[in-house]
Design a protein around this ligand. Structure first.
Ligand code: 13P
Ligand code: SF4
Length: 298
């Protein structure tokens, strides 16, 4: 069986498999750890394994390499890229910084190493609220997700400039979709990721990262939920809560890039070292600082 072959190769190679909650269910099931961006970067920073197979998109594997430069980090599908991370370049950020030298640059981990290297600190959707609060008296720029930035700005009223990037999956969600689902399931609580537009976050019973949504659903006495994030999350939600019902806000809530990775790709990655992630050392050291500060403050 392919799963057994993967486990066998993993032992021989001294590898661990990390998978994001948005991965296909069979990939999550073969992973050593399944988590959100923050949890997975913590594991990448501390694992003893020689090889990290990162089932996610390339900025996540790159983050693992920045944190663990002596490990071999593999991304099973080379084309798995987050479109949001491509919505800001280092030259654009350099130009912004020249024009606004006093703004603290708060960088969502959904970004590339050269952009992290120019930033003051990184955040994920799990720790962004805590980290921006530490800078509350200073002007900030939040890159690259305008929706998460807007959510933070609206909640805390800090001086935050926004970059016009977005997640094409969450940005499609509308308050109208929420109304329709709430009418259909009046007892259900609505849980949403902060990459959704503000009007959608405002209509939610809970806003949080993937891991925070999973924890909320687990501890809540409610038995029915409407879920406003990528549908891979249904797998861990249903596994941990067999007595509860989960409705995805809209059936097309699937991240094309997250869904590219198959079990065959994981096997080939372990067998042939597909595809090794590298980061130039000068950039890595600066990006590491932004990530190190984030992990220290989380
Ligand atoms: P998390 O930080 O919740 O893992 O989210 C990452 C992501 O890509 C959401 O679209
Ligand atoms: Fe990027 Fe959105 Fe996919 Fe997350 S769900 S990896 S932000 S495109």
């Amino acid at each position: 069986m392919l799963q057994d072959d993967i486990r066998h190769l993993k032992k021989i190679k001294d590898a661990i498999i990390l998978a994001h909650y948005y991965q296909n269910a069979e990939v999550q099931d073969v992973a050593d750890f399944v988590g959100d961006s923050l949890e997975l970067s913590r594991i990448a920073a501390t694992t003893d394994a020689k090889v990290i197979v990162f089932c996610g998109v390339n900025f996540m594997a790159e983050t693992a390499k920045i944190l663990s430069p002596n490990k071999k980090v593999l991304l099973p599908v080379q084309e798995a890229k987050c479109p949001m991370a491509m919505m800001i370049s280092s030259s654009q950020l350099e130009a912004y910084k020249k024009a606004h030298p006093n703004r603290i640059i708060i960088c969502y981990v959904n970004s590339y190493a050269d952009v992290k290297a120019l930033s003051d600190i990184c955040v994920t959707s799990s720790n962004a609220e805590k980290i921006i609060t530490a800078y509350k008296d200073q002007p900030m720029l939040y890159i690259p997700d305008k929706n998460l930035g807007m959510y933070l700005k609206d909640k805390y009223h800090y001086d935050i400039d926004l970059w016009p990037g977005f997640c094409c999956i969450h940005n499609r969600l509308t308050a109208k979709m929420v109304d329709k689902m709430k009418k259909q399931y009046p007892n259900a609580l609505f849980l949403v990721h902060p990459e959704a537009p503000l009007a959608v976050s405002k209509s939610a019973d809970f806003v949080g990262s993937t891991k925070q949504i999973i924890d909320y659903a687990f501890h809540s006495p409610a038995l029915e939920f409407i879920i406003g994030t990528e549908k891979g999350i249904l797998h861990p939600l249903e596994k941990a809560n067999p007595n509860k019902t989960f409705h995805i806000l809209t059936p097309d809530l699937a991240c094309f890039d997250m869904k590219l990775t198959s079990l065959d790709d994981v096997y080939n990655s372990l067998k042939n070292d597909n595809y090794e992630i590298t980061v130039p050392e000068g950039i890595r050291l600066k990006a590491y600082e932004s990530l190190r500060k984030m992990l220290e403050m989380s």
